[in-house]
Design a protein around this ligand. Structure first.
Ligand code: SF4
Ligand code: SF4
Length: 337
């Protein structure tokens, strides 16, 4: 790991240089208080102060709908794809970088998912520090800092960014405009340390995760699953906005006139009634409480058993988005009572 500083007013030059070499994706304001990742056009459109995008950056690597392959009338399979340009995504916060790490684990389980890794292998990341709002839960989930996944990370100080370079790709990006980067001074290192403490003291939303996986398993039959499942609309919004939910459906889309067919993969949601419906009509999670409970158990218990950590990054999107006002912190607190 190498550290440099970059003057804030030189960031546009750096991003312009990265954009010339790679396909640069950046956070931009979409609505009054909403943000999204888009291809870079000019620096004035880049959002540096946003807390979270509605849809997480997973959409750039694991798109909501994608063609896996097509078959023509002679039964020839075409699984070719356009050779995509190498992308660099700028502005990912620590929680979303943890989200990418979790997706990497999920799409490597039992073998590499070719469709996911085809894109993932051609993406680099420039992380950006952030300050928490009332929904941020990353401190409780131990995802408020990131030491992997990113190529470059920018920590915002008063006049400069403290720049951490972690990979060879990050080094390549710095070399695109080497005159912009300096060695950190003692004062800047001191300011960096102070900023860490200030940010740490700003978290107001804390969830006790001690033995949470065990508690959720022990409270498998708790009445609160029934209670919350009456409030839940099963709209699936919490799943769609989650940076780590990775369930999908695969179906064939035939074109009878053209005589060919495509196999499509699209995001799916465990909250949906037909998600666990199998041939013969049996549904493994046919009731509302079963579906509501499953999401919590899979996030905190099931994924941890397989990969050694829970699959919630504490990004706060599910609580901010839920139209029924269901908040994971409240559900977990009730489970602990
Ligand atoms: S967003 Fe809220 S209402 Fe919709 S499925 Fe999730 S918990 Fe239920
Ligand atoms: S469960 Fe909610 S807080 Fe956790 S990663 Fe998903 S959207 Fe973010």
């Amino acid at each position: 790991m190498l550290f440099f500083t970059l003057k804030k007013d030189r960031l546009p030059e750096f991003l312009d240089a990265v954009d010339k070499r790679y396909k640069l994706i950046v956070p931009e304001q979409k609505g009054e208080k909403t943000y999204t990742f888009r291809q870079y056009t000019e620096f004035s459109k880049v959002s540096l102060e946003f807390i979270r995008t509605i849809i997480p950056p997973k959409k750039l690597i694991f798109p909501p709908v994608e063609k896996l392959f097509s078959v023509d009338k002679e039964c020839r399979i075409d699984a070719s794809h356009e050779d995509e340009q190498f992308s660099v995504i700028f502005g990912l916060h620590p929680c979303d970088l943890h989200g990418i790490e979790i997706l990497d684990k999920a799409f490597s389980y039992g073998g590499r998912d070719t469709s996911y890794w085809r894109r993932r292998d051609k993406v680099g990341f420039i992380g950006l520090s952030c300050l928490p709002d009332k929904y941020c839960l990353c401190k409780s989930m131990h995802t408020d800092f990131i030491e992997s996944v990113y190529d470059i990370f920018l920590y915002t100080l008063d006049d400069v960014y403290m720049v951490s370079v972690r990979t060879a790709l990050g080094d390549d990006m710095l070399r695109l405009s080497p005159g912009l980067f300096n060695k950190p001074t003692k004062e800047e290192i001191l300011e960096y340390k102070e900023r860490i403490q200030i940010r740490d003291s700003m978290f107001t939303r804390i969830m006790d995760t001690t033995n949470l996986a065990d508690l959720l398993t022990l409270e498998y039959k708790n009445d609160i699953w029934e209670e919350y499942s009456k409030r839940c609309l099963f709209c699936g919004s919490c799943v769609m906005v989650c940076p780590t939910c990775q369930c999908f459906d695969v179906y064939d889309s035939p074109d009878v006139i053209a005589g060919n067919s495509c196999r499509i993969r699209r995001w799916d949601a465990c909250m949906r009634k037909d998600y666990a419906l199998v041939t013969g009509g049996h549904n493994f999670r046919g009731t509302r409480p079963e579906r509501f409970r499953f999401r919590y158990l899979h996030k905190e218990t099931g994924f941890g058993e397989m990969h050694g950590k829970a699959s919630c990054t504490g990004c706060g999107r599910c609580s901010e988005t839920c139209p029924a006002g269901i908040d994971m912190v409240e559900v977990v607190r009730r489970i602990r009572e």
